[in-house]
Ligand binder design. Structure first.
Ligand SMILES: Cc1cc2nc3c(=O)[nH]c(=O)nc-3n(C[C@H](O)[C@H](O)[C@H](O)COP(=O)(O)OP(=O)(O)OC[C@H]3O[C@@H](n4cnc5c(N)ncnc54)[C@H](O)[C@@H]3O)c2cc1C
Ligand code: SF4
Ligand code: SF4
Ligand code: SF4
Length: 501
């Protein structure tokens, strides 16, 4: 957590690493979870309305429950991990089926299988749920989602169809609990929304007990509204107020009162939110039920049932004739396409994450399944041994020669007893004036804080410690002799393992 006025306040981290770095997807989980109502989504920004460090010395909530922080991922994964099957591309699941709404009107309105709408409507009608968090279209601009609490079937019907802009569904979830007093809530969202809710559950936040079922949508990304509208205005001479509906198929189709503009996806891709570029989850791997398209079939959806709760909820609707199912094995192209899309998203995200790490010096988040992978690897298996160290009496000039020769940018600093006492990196050394480098010793410029792991800890522990300390490397000390340096692990090593896997 970030430090401010001697206090430990998560908002400082949230602001620096998520909000100001452009990784916020406006889910509203931080607003719903903040114990002192200090956070509010306004437009496309999370606003900190008052300095919470005045109210408390310690609060880790908002950063930990943000879907783009590295916290609580393993515990979030545990909500689906007892499921019998695991697929490399799709995560844990029980069944995958093709599904469509029996009601043809719902299918027509949804432009897909209409499965989400049918399930929610059925849930409300049968009182299996008392409310649902949906994303209706704004009355003046139906392409823009307005997260809301659906209480009756008509509310569900008015949210039908996908909107490709951020929706503050987790904030609406907070309103369902606090504002409407609902206790059996169905929640619909894209993978990062579902992760936010799972993190609230993992945190055991008081509002999480009111969640009945999560329905996750497949997601390739959401678009930055301001960026895209600006682009459409400039390039296609169409003001935001003229847009009636936006639909995404092989092109982004913008309906206005006058005409229809078809924008190639290559142009649209420039306006995807930064977080989406490092997001590895395509199929909402933590949802009870995940739902996406079933291309090339029309009017059908691909449904991945992951948990027992999801299975019970889903098959009640099947038994009551609300939705039709079809065996996916009869349509091998559908599942193949979903798997390819999921793998491509993961691969592209890992590549982008590597590039971003170079820019930010840390990863704002580590992906879900990657976290699981890192938790299985022991530091002793991956650490670089035979670590080259530098002594406190080495000059900065000599240090820079060493960097040039060995191409490592950071070295542990050891004292005269050969005990590690700090770190020296190219960054500190190159900031010393050129004419002072022969007389300045690395002992004078070194960072004295050691970030340490042990060989019997996991690669995930190393990642967490790097993130907490905003460093790209950790020293490995011997467990029995805690002053003995036995290895080093860098963030690049971790990324290398993940991309290889
Ligand atoms: C941003 C986004 C990207 C997507 N990308 C893909 C993709 O690449 N491939 C794919 O196969 N499917 C994708 N989907 C899912 C797909 O568009 C359908 O939502 C899904 O197939 C369910 O179809 P349905 O007919 O059952 O849904 P419907 O019955 O039409 O219900 C849709 C539900 O989605 C909710 N919703 C709409 N927009 C949002 C939003 N922005 N955030 C949260 N909830 C929302 C509504 O509340 C509604 O309840 C995406 C969806 C979204 C929102
Ligand atoms: S009080 Fe609210 S804003 Fe402050 S750290 Fe806690 S959750 Fe974040
Ligand atoms: S919790 Fe949601 S709204 Fe808050 S900073 Fe994270 S992504 Fe943004
Ligand atoms: S791609 Fe990932 S980060 Fe972006 S909206 Fe979808 S789930 Fe959220």
């Amino acid at each position: 957590m970030g430090q401010k006025n001697g206090s430990l306040i998560a908002y400082n981290f949230l602001e620096k690493r998520i909000i100001n770095s452009g990784f916020c997807t406006l889910c509203g989980a931080c607003e719903a979870a903040c114990p002192v109502s200090a956070l509010h989504i306004e437009g496309e920004k999370v606003k900190h309305s008052h300095d919470c460090s005045k109210d408390m010395d310690l609060c880790p909530i908002c950063y930990e429950i943000c879907p783009h922080s590295e916290a609580l991922l393993l515990r979030s994964l545990s909500f689906v991990a007892d499921t019998p099957m695991k697929n490399e591309a799709l995560g844990y699941y029980r069944k995958i089926v093709l599904v469509q709404a029996v009601d043809p009107k719902i299918r027509e309105l949804s432009h897909g299988g209409g499965v989400v709408t049918s399930l929610l409507k059925y849930g409300i009608e049968t009182k299996a749920i008392d409310s649902a968090i949906v994303s209706q279209g704004e009355s003046e601009n139906p392409a823009m989602p307005k997260a809301s609490v659906a209480l009756v079937p008509d509310d569900i019907l008015s949210a039908i169809g996908s909107k490709f802009f951020p929706s503050s569904v987790a904030k609406a979830y907070g309103s369902a609990v606090y504002g409407y007093g609902k206790s059996n809530i169905a929640f619909v969202g894209v993978p990062c929304h579902i992760l936010a809710l799972r993190k609230l559950e993992a945190w055991q936040h008081k509002i999480s007990g009111n969640l009945k079922i999560t329905i996750g949508l497949f997601c390739f990304g959401t678009l930055s509204l301001s960026s895209l509208l600006d682009y459409i205005n400039k390039t296609y001479k169409t003001a935001p107020s003229e847009i009636k509906r936006i639909h995404l198929s092989s092109k982004l189709v913008v309906h206005t009162e006058r005409d229809i503009i078809r924008i190639p996806l290559s142009e649209v891709a420039d306006h995807i939110l930064p977080s989406c570029r490092t997001c590895t989850d395509f199929t909402s791997e933590l949802a009870d039920i995940s739902i996406g398209g079933a291309y090339p079939l029309k009017d059908w959806s691909t449904v991945i049932i992951r948990t027992k709760a999801g299975e019970d909820f889903f098959y009640k609707a099947v038994a009551d004739g609300i939705i039709n199912t079809w065996v996916i094995e009869q349509e091998p192209t559908v599942v193949e396409r979903v798997m390819i899309a999921a793998m491509q998203k993961r691969k592209a995200a890992l590549k982008k994450a590597k590039e971003m790490e170079e820019v930010y010096g840390y990863l704002p988040t580590l992906m879900l399944r990657e976290t699981d992978d890192l938790a299985k690897i022991k530091i002793g298996e991956i650490m670089a041994k035979n670590v080259r160290t530098v002594s406190e009496s080495m000059t900065v000039s000599k240090f820079l020669d060493l960097v040039a020769k060995h191409h490592h940018i950071g070295y542990p600093l050891v004292n005269t007893n050969d005990e590690p006492v700090g770190w020296v990196t190219l960054e500190e050394a190159s900031s010393v004036d050129k004419d002072k480098r022969d007389e300045t010793l690395v002992g004078q410029i070194a960072r004295r804080k050691l970030v340490v792991v042990y060989p019997d800890e996991t690669a995930l522990d190393a990642f967490k410690r790097m993130s907490e300390n905003e460093t790209g490397r950790v020293l490995v000390f011997d467990r029995p002799d805690s002053k003995k340096l036995v290895g080093i692990v860098t963030k690049t090593d971790l990324m290398h393992i993940l991309t290889k896997q």
